[in-house]
Design a protein around this ligand. Structure first.
Ligand code: EPZ
Length: 424
């Protein structure tokens, strides 16, 4: 994927048809890091073919891990990972800058090798994104942590020690990192005020299939009994609830009729409730959700919250829908300090958005008009694709490399639904 590629989107098509959702990026990334904990081999199905996963695989290879792409299909990729060749412990600056998720390697590498040197992860367009909860929890478990010259060096003599950990905020990454640190620790770890996202439940399932003893993922208290060694595992990554929500939003904003398949409907409850409130008809089956968009959406208010509240990763997409809804909508972003960057770009398409700190006020307009815009980040880029599909004329979206980070075969999936989207 070249970094100067762009999407050209012609507005006016109502999206129609069915689309299969890929494996969840935010489940696959911690699971790939957790594969380091196995003394056998990890077979992981349904990993999405996206940039962030490719970067994580490159990091694992540089650490001496054997990564084999056993099967690649449109639906996703099966990987075979063996980490007995683990050399560790260095994760170079060029990776952590590229991708914050490399921080997930701290827990597993400390648990396996007792040492890691990682460059401080860059923030990105949605805020500074500190890692203090991760570091404090690892210190509580006995890790010695030094931060200097932009690097973090962590080490432990012998094994980490199970501890009682309280998270000031239900951080997804900190919950996952500390779960992975705890599975090979001496004794019992309890993580309180843990994040409850479905991706954490998927990670627990993966770890327990490997021989760990983890209980409580999906609730706010997770208990881990350390074990001595972890064996081979086979696992299928859960479907991506944010990708599913994005395609449902695409049906809503274009007045279309789209069914997303291979999903777990309850993972999208908050998103579907909001789309219904805005006038979208939502039907659900065991593994599919159908959205039928209205001629014109109604305004609604959104407050992002930790799961099961409304997902912050769907907030930029909702701003695009509100931009063309009848009435005024208010967004309150409680998870990230600065996640309204997409409003600058939406204004270039004619949206009427005012932001102040963690609040945005969106006054719906009857039509957006196509223009040249730029992706500030992954989900924000998707918001611009949604807006472009609803706008009059042609919208050019620069820097779609951000979108490639998290969406597999996006333009093919959208074209399959009748969208006029092409990569240039
Ligand atoms: C995960 O990021 C997701 N990424 C994000 O998705 C998602 O937006 C976020 O969780 C919230 O749901 C992955 O799973 C790879 P957090 P993470 O730790 O773990 C603060 C996407 O587009 N915080 O729950 O980094 C932090 O600054 C991405 O797929 C601390 O202060 O999120 C933020 O304000 C975007 N100290 C809040 O907590 C810490 O040590 C939530 O962050 C850690 C976090």
């Amino acid at each position: 994927m070249k970094t100067n590629e762009r999407y050209v989107v012609a507005g006016g098509s109502r999206l129609q048809g069915r689309v299969k959702v890929s494996g969840a990026k935010n489940a696959a990334l911690p699971i790939l890091a957790a594969a380091l904990l196995s003394s056998g081999e990890s077979i992981i199905h349904n990993t999405p073919i996206i940039r962030d996963v490719n970067v994580m695989l490159e990091i694992l290879r540089r650490l001496g891990v054997d990564v084999e792409e056993v099967l690649t299909e449109d639906s996703g990729r099966t990987l075979r990972i063996r980490s007995d060749g683990l050399t560790g412990p260095e994760v170079g600056a060029d990776f952590t800058r590229e991708m914050r998720s490399s921080i997930f390697l701290m827990g597993p590498l400390l648990a396996r090798t007792g040492k890691i040197r990682i460059s401080y992860p860059g923030g990105c367009a949605i805020g500074p994104r500190p890692i203090d909860f991760h570091l404090r929890g690892l210190e509580q478990m006995g890790a010695k942590i030094e931060e200097r010259y932009g690097f973090i060096e962590a080490s432990v003599q012998g094994r980490l020690v199970g501890s009682e950990i309280y998270l000031d905020f239900p951080s997804v990454g900190a919950t996952e990192n500390l779960m992975m640190a705890a599975v090979l620790a001496d004794g019992k770890t309890v993580i309180r005020n843990a994040a409850r996202e479905p991706e954490i439940v998927d990670l627990q399932l993966f770890l327990n299939r490997m021989g760990a003893k983890v209980r409580g993922a999906g609730l706010d208290v997770i208990r881990i009994q350390g074990v001595k060694v972890m064996g081979s595992v086979e696992h299928k990554v859960m479907p991506d609830r944010i990708e599913a929500g994005t395609f449902l939003a695409a049906a809503a904003i274009t007045g279309g009729d789209v069914t997303v398949e291979n999903v777990i409907p309850e993972h999208a409850d908050a998103i579907c409730a909001k789309l219904r409130e805005m006038g979208t008809v939502i039907q659900e089956g065991d593994d599919w959700i159908r959205a039928i968009g209205p001629t014109r959406l109604r305004a609604a208010d959104v407050k992002t919250l930790p799961y099961p509240g409304f997902a912050t990763d769907m907030q930029p997409q909702m701003m695009a829908l509100m931009a063309v809804a009848v009435g005024t909508s208010i967004i309150t972003e409680t998870i990230f300090e600065n996640r309204f960057k997409v409003s600058d770009e939406l204004r270039r398409l004619g949206a009427n958005v005012k932001t102040d700190g963690r609040t945005a006020v969106v006054q719906g307009v009857s039509r957006l008009s196509g223009a040249r815009v730029e992706c500030p980040a992954l989900r924000e880029g998707m918001a611009l694709v949604l807006a472009g599909m609803a706008a009059e004329g042609v919208t050019t979206i620069e820097q779609v490399v951000h979108i490639d980070r998290g969406y597999q075969n996006l333009e093919q999936k959208l074209q399959g639904l009748g969208a006029q989207v092409s990569r240039a």
